[in-house]
Design a protein. Structure first.
Length: 62
């Protein structure tokens, strides 16, 4: 928890069943985070990268 992942390229990295409470993902890209199996309370994300959080719930955004 409280991990700093700012401005890191996680090339094709998938996070599952992790405690990412208060982690900082601002400016980070190339990752998939399963929002149903990870703890993300107070985690920080850049607005543009938030779409990566939605991949795990299989929705369509136009």
């Amino acid at each position: 928890m409280d991990a700093n992942f700012k401005h890191i390229c996680f090339e094709y990295t998938q996070f599952t069943q992790c405690n990412m409470t208060r982690s900082d993902f601002r400016g980070t890209y190339g990752y998939i985070i399963d929002i149903q199996s990870n703890k993300l309370k107070k985690a920080k994300f850049s607005f543009l990268e938030v779409r990566n959080l939605l991949i795990s719930i299989d929705i369509v955004i136009d």
